[in-house]
Design a protein around this ligand. Sequence first.
Ligand code: TXA
Ligand code: MG
Length: 322
Amino acid sequence: MPSRTDLISTDVELAAERIRRGGLVAIPTETVYGLAGDAENADAVARIFEVKGRPTDHPLIVHVADADQLHGWVARVTDEITALAEACWPGPLTILAERGPRVLDAVTGGRPAVAVRVPSHPMTNELLTRVGGGLAAPSANRFGRVSPTRAEHVLADLPGLQPGRDLILDGGACPVGVESTIVDLTVDPPQVLRSGAIDAADIERLLDTPVSGAAGPSRASGMLASHYAPTATVILAQDAGAAEIAAGDLRHGGRRVEVLDRTGDLVVAARELYNDLRAADREGLDALVVVLPPAAGIGHALRDRLMKAAAQPGPDHPSRGG
Ligand code: TXA
Ligand code: MG
């Protein structure tokens, strides 16, 4: 009997074989791990939703090896796409564009636009080159949990992965740590739907046009208010002093509480964010008091994810996204 830990491997050719046979492979990327299947195999795409426990109306990003591979996935490789691709790919940017003929309905939930991205991770780039086509992949967490940034997170989250059929390609810890920036080029002006390591200001500069949604909360479809939430209650504090006061009050009430302050280095804060949130749950904390980073650069993405982690699912949002 193969054991669950047999799922974890560093063998890229084995991963390519699993994809070719219709299996799923958790792929390391610079942002977070993705749960990938052949984007043109309807059964593989259906299993992505099943294994993740995700409703089928939440569309998937198609990952390709490089911008030259976009033909067929998007309707037209426009000048805007080319400008962003040349500057940002491989890298943490997802582009929403009019879909091409290779895109299955199941990938976009029937929408006319498809999300495409060229990730940056040596193993996954090698895998994409060997497989040749597109890999449909959402983040490899169970629906409603925070995104995985380590192979062990994927193993813990996805009991539906089957040894011998699927694989977790272990590429170490994801260096960026938060999901890609999503920019919608199907609207005028272009709109940032989700913040990430590539700032809205970078996109404005590259497209030489103002973009909307630059500083607001994520709007990508399926991104509900209470995404990315751990089990421990996340409480946000404006500064370290306020965090200590809030934590002290809670401890006084008998709760297990820790303070998380990574405002000194926002790159490290992003890289460690999801591991920190998962650690709070592993340690059985009742609450994690987090000092909010400043709203600049990747601080926008951190604040966005932290606000979602702190939001409780209300009556209007009975489910969580992810
Ligand atoms: O960094 C990332 O983007 C990671 C790695 C694995 O590439 N992927 C990721 O996928 O975060 P996911 O599915 O967890 O988040 C993608 C977001 C979802 O909110 C989804 O609804 C939205 O992008 N999205 C995908 N395709 C779309 C489409 N055709 N139209 C509108 N929104 C779309
Ligand atoms: Mg996700």
